[in-house]
Ligand binder design. Sequence first.
Ligand code: ADP
Ligand code: MG
Length: 276
Amino acid sequence: MADLLTVVELRKEFHVRRENSFRREPFIAVDGVSFAVPAGGALAVVGESGSGKSTCARVIVGLERATSGAVTVEGHDWSNGHVGRSERLRRGRLVQMVFQDPYLSLDRRQTVRACLSECLTLHFDLDRAEREARVGSLLQQVGLNERQADARPGALSGGQRQRVAIARALAAEPKLLILDEAVAALDVSIQAQVLNLLMAIRKQSGIAFLFISHDLAVVRQVCDEVIVMHRGRVVERGDVESVLLQPEQPYTQRLIASMPGPGWTPRRRARELESP
Ligand code: ADP
Ligand code: MG
């Protein structure tokens, strides 16, 4: 299968100010990362907080600019500088992103229906009836009912809001969905429902996923392949089952051993992850 997304030797430096200092020093958040997502495939990016996962995603969609390296989508270079409105829209038809907290990205004054309608208008030339039909099928696809469709984000639960964010991303009919900790803020039972929804969407639509998560248990359900990031680098890669069941690298072994279980505390987890 041809690769839909390729990321080659991606590097991102930030210039950060040290405490008690006015000097800015380079900080390398992403350090020579390469990976590919085939059309219809699902790649997980795992690693503890601060390992550079979101920075990779933000560079791919153009929210950050790479220091060096290349991002290509369907063979087109996306790592070049300024992007105008029509090119941004064209890119939006290929790649959409879903974030951890949909509340920040949803307009509080807009009903779900209006939000989806607006996205469709942005990307497609539809008449009113066609648009309403498409909104209906998006709502159905993500499991939202008529009452929820007429609600504003504030009246919805976290899980329902995340369904709205997923529907909004799907409205553009992208070929790749980047999910950055998309289920991380949800309770375990709601998380399971949203993961089931994502798997159903993958099966129905053949859309590819780049699924970012600090939680290895959730990626196992949804993804085929995984890369493990640590301090901006890829430390291990392979198919999900073999990496999770037989991790080769000590860092991955510690990451898996530190997954929540009896006796788990954030401090112990942090200590285990940092020990050499
Ligand atoms: P992750 O998503 O894996 O938790 P991030 O990609 O968000 O990690 O961050 C990687 C590192 O880069 C972190 O140390 C973070 O503090 C730093 N970083 C991210 N964005 C910026 C920024 N805009 N300015 C300075 N440092 C940043
Ligand atoms: Mg992140």
